[in-house]
Design a protein around this ligand. Structure first.
Ligand SMILES: [Ca+2]
Ligand SMILES: [Ca+2]
Ligand SMILES: [Ca+2]
Ligand SMILES: [Ca+2]
Length: 408
């Protein structure tokens, strides 16, 4: 059964995409490729292909192919090239059902035929960090279906369909999760941590001007974690032993539609901090760990996260008063898992680095304030007694000292 899905991202997703660490880049389309074309009736029913090597291409070689349906006889021309940083597909008439334009990544085989194991087993999940393919579309005049076909080896393949709307004239990113793929191969499905070939198969019955600017892996979820000073014991605006930090974690579904199931967040605190019992809150789901005395791990079961939604977790961590002076920072990083996603780490949104740990600089607790600087004639008279009695004694001593200095 074909599954036809449309996942339109939000601006949030675009932000996430820009910060995706170590994405598997399938194609940046920075390597140009000359145009191929087919015109009916001369090329009716025939295929043309062209391959090129260069940078920004998964497996080092990209293949373009075009096929005109055997019945087209009306002068329709379709063409494809890579230029201006995009794959461009053009078809000038509404004829051409079952005419296809393919983009193929299958390693350096030097032929337009798909080598289903040519990429040698690429891990598109990046060790469980990614669970989707992101396609940036710069333009699409009319509705088109882009089938994404993934092969692991001969007979083991899966396919998903991205239904593009027409009327796209500025870049939009579409996210197709691996979970949207259904089995295509006669032996079984593709496994996304061992991919041998990838294809985009573009099918556009109407006339079309389609431009695709980038294809890469991504994650259906994004996770950020901020650390702020909540209790500043010494009022010095820096974190010191004895202060309390508040962490805010946000986990977002970056897809405009399509929920992600079984979303769980886990975070083990820095060993120089102690979780403040009872401080863990979540806007969604259940706190599994963190609110009992002695807990050192925060664990939240969010359940399902619908497209476009964000869940927020807060918890407080006290910096141990006995933290040695050699400790200069409090560091930790949360981990998000979900169906199809095992290893998504949190990002500190306040740093440029992608998917980095949240680091709070710590300084040793300030030294206690020095005793008051003695004034003229008072050096021997400061009496270390506190309270109203002490104050009275100090005033008395100062008066005596003043009288003596005048007499002398
Ligand atoms: Ca190839
Ligand atoms: Ca090939
Ligand atoms: Ca402080
Ligand atoms: Ca960051």
């Amino acid at each position: 059964m074909r599954r036809t899905l449309r996942y339109l991202t939000t601006s949030l997703a675009l932000g996430c995409l820009a910060g995706t660490a170590n994405a598997v880049v399938i194609d940046t389309f920075e390597t140009d490729q000359p145009a191929i074309s087919r015109t009916a009736p001369a090329d009716t029913g025939t295929r043309v292909d062209h391959w090129i090597s260069g940078s920004g291409i998964l497996g080092g070689e990209r293949e373009l192919t075009l096929t005109l349906h055997p019945t087209i006889a009306d002068g329709t021309t379709s063409s494809a090239d890579v230029s201006g940083g995009a794959y461009n597909y053009n078809k000038d008439s509404t004829a051409g059902t079952f005419s296809y334009a393919f983009v193929v990544w299958d390693g350096a085989d030097g032929t337009g035929t798909v080598d289903t194991s040519g990429l040698g087993g690429v891990d598109l999940t990046e060790g469980g960090r990614h669970d989707a393919i992101a396609i940036s579309v710069n333009a699409s005049d009319n509705p088109a279906t882009v089938y994404i076909v993934a092969d692991s080896s001969f007979g083991y393949s899966s396919r998903a369909a991205l239904n593009l709307p027409g009327g796209i004239s500025s870049p939009q990113t579409f996210i197709v999760p691996f979970s949207a793929f259904s089995v295509l191969g006669f032996n079984g499905p593709a496994t996304f941590n061992s991919i041998g070939a990838l294809q985009l198969q573009i099918y556009s019955p109407p006339s079309q001007n389609l431009a695709i600017g980038r294809v890469e892996t991504t994650s259906t979820l994004s996770a950020s974690k901020r650390g702020n000073l909540l209790v500043d014991t010494h009022g010095n605006s820096v974190a010191n032993p004895g202060d309390v930090l508040r962490y805010t974690v946000q986990v977002a579904n970056t897809m405009g539609s399509g929920q992600v199931n079984n979303v769980v967040f886990r975070d083990t605190l820095d060993s120089n901090t102690n979780l403040v019992a009872g401080s863990v809150t979540t806007t969604q789901g259940a706190v599994l760990s963190g609110n009992n005395p002695g807990d050192t791990v925060v664990e939240i079961d969010f359940g399902a996260l619908p497209g476009g939604t964000t869940a927020t977790v807060n918890f407080d961590a006290a910096i141990d008063a006995s933290t040695p002076a050699s400790v200069t920072q409090i560091v930790n990083q949360g981990l998000v898992s979900a169906d199809g996603l095992t290893n998504l780490l949190t990002d500190d949104p306040d740093t440029a680095a992608a998917i980095d740990a949240t680091v709070v600089a710590v300084l040793p607790a300030p030294a206690p304030p020095p005793p008051p600087t003695p004034g003229p004639g008072t050096s021997a008279r400061a009496i270390p007694v506190t309270g109203p009695a002490g104050l009275a004694l100090t005033v008395l001593a100062l008066l005596i000292a003043g009288a003596r200095s005048r007499l002398l």
